[in-house]
Ligand binder design. Structure first.
Ligand SMILES: [Zn+2]
Length: 485
């Protein structure tokens, strides 16, 4: 018995890591860690095992988690935060922005090369880069070797303005059986037609490639989760991509409320930590009175079935009507943790504001898209939070830029959200909006390892620093998915 105790003690002393359940897969030290946890808002280090955070605390204690095979990241004093969660995006449309390259505005070869480099950064290997509008001067000024160096694995086919020429690369020529043709960045009209025939007819509907592009792009902005409020219902594509190990973004995928109303399938059961979740139905109200009874019927039915309902509303009248409907749903279906959402929620009347808190409505807002409006200047956003509504922030990309730092930057002189409010809106608020606050939005042991490291300390209060900040590193599900070179 005594021997057993002695062995145990020596194990603990000799091997602190083992006592904690094994070495961590990833340890970040020397960080300015902002946990968003009120109990313990700041730390210097954290450790990750698998896809979960297992430790948040001091460098010295974090080092105990280092073992063979642990990846050690020295944050160099930089800001370490939960990954951004964009509450309102159209994910496939973001990926589809990279489906064509508009060369019309590009004059100098460097401009074209830069654009090409930007596309190649995010596109999966093998995806075509199509485009048009290149001037004859531009085509003539490009060198085949440089194009091949930038885009070795993506076939390129960008038409000149008159369509008699196109910029092509070796990858495109190879696919068309023209590997030996060495004319330059363009080929004869006959060969051009041969390449054109090899371009996939479904280029803009290759959803897996398009989703992967969007996911790569998200990772570069430190966005670890998105809530896809497009009603295109592509969860299966996202899941397939995840199964192939190519999805770098957690996705909460909404589908159409009206579409659901015709089949009325029961809501899904999401497992904890899943990369792709569903459960949200998206509706609209754009002020048309005739639409109100139909929307009411759909919202009440979906709410009764247990779905989360999100309704797009911009302007005082649609917001009032949507709040009426939400109120009626609560009355009809009883109290529960339903988290109705209003997407955009711009222009809610002052007299309607208290209803947000009372009904527990999540306002899903996009400060960078709407932030320039009058509502902003009059302290509208401030009043939303002041009335007890729960704010989740997002971009509405690709309608606007995807970069969450632009959203954070939209604040001025106490009129909008404070910076901490904005950060919460992109992290804990966004997690709450999709029922994942127990798993995401904070850096706390047990929660998912979705983490971003920023180049600048955005809390150092000057706007300049937010403008200059870029993402240094992104971790999703315990995996480093982006590193700034
Ligand atoms: Zn939208």
């Amino acid at each position: 018995m005594r021997l057993f105790a002695a062995i145990l003690i020596s194990l603990f002393i000799g091997c602190p890591v083992a006592a904690q359940g094994g070495a961590a897969d990833l340890v970040i030290i020397n960080g300015d860690v902002r946990t968003l946890d009120r109990e313990k808002p700041r730390a210097g280090a954290l450790a990750v095992r698998g896809n979960r955070i297992v430790f948040v605390g001091s460098d010295a204690d974090a080092r105990k988690f280092i073992g063979e095979g642990t990846r050690l990241i020295d944050a160099g004093g930089k800001l370490v935060m939960p990954g951004f969660n964009d509450s309102h995006v159209h994910f496939m449309a973001i990926g589809n922005k990279f489906s064509s390259l508009n060369a019309r505005e590009l004059q100098r070869p460097e401009e074209f090369y830069e654009q090409l480099r930007f596309y190649v950064r995010f596109l999966p290997k093998g995806r075509w880069i199509l485009g048009s509008g290149a001037s004859k001067e531009l085509v003539a000024s490009l060198t085949p070797a440089e194009i091949d160096r930038i885009a070795p694995d993506n076939p390129l086919f960008v038409y000149a303005a008159d369509s008699t020429e196109a910029i092509v690369n070796s990858a495109a020529k190879k696919i068309a059986g023209l590997a030996d043709v060495k004319e330059g960045v363009t080929v004869s009209e006959i060969d051009l037609a041969r390449i054109a025939r090899r371009v996939p007819a479904d280029h803009i509907r290759r959803w897996s490639e398009i989703a992967e592009t969007a996911s790569n792009y998200a990772a570069s902005y430190g966005i670890t989760s998105v809530q896809d409020t497009d009603s295109d219902a592509r969860a299966d594509v996202y899941r397939e991509l995840g199964a192939a190990g190519r999805l770098k973004t957690r996705i909460y995928d909404c589908s159409s409320l009206t579409g659901w109303f015709s089949d009325q399938i029961p809501p899904p059961r999401n497992e904890p930590g899943e990369m792709v979740r569903t459960g949200c139905l998206k509706g609209f109200h754009e002020g048309d009175d005739e639409w109100t009874p139909r929307l009411r019927e759909q919202v009440l039915a979906a709410d009764k079935a247990g779905w989360q309902v999100a309704v797009h509303a911009i302007g005082s009248k649609p917001n009032s009507i949507v709040l009426d409907i939400f109120e009626q749903a609560v009355k009809a279906n009883g109290k529960r943790d339903r988290r109705f959402r209003i997407e955009h929620a711009e222009g809610i009347l002052a007299r309607d504001l208290p209803r947000l808190g009372r009904l527990g409505v999540v306002v899903s807002i996009q400060p960078h898209l709407f932030g320039r409006g009058a509502g902003y200047a009059t302290g509208y956003y401030h009043s939303l939070v002041g009335n007890g509504s729960l704010a989740a922030l997002g971009s509405d990309a690709p309608m606007t830029a995807f970069d969450p730092l632009l959203g954070l930057n939209f604040r001025s002189a106490g009129q909008g959200f404070s910076l901490p409010d904005s950060v919460r809106g992109y992290m804990t608020g966004a997690a709450y909006a999709e029922f994942t606050e127990a798993e995401k939005g904070k850096l706390v042991p047990g929660m998912l390892a979705d983490i971003v490291i920023l180049s600048q300390n955005i809390f150092a209060t000057t706007d300049l620093q937010i403008n200059e900040a870029v993402v240094a590193l992104t971790i999703v599900d315990g995996r480093v998915v982006y590193e700034r070179k």
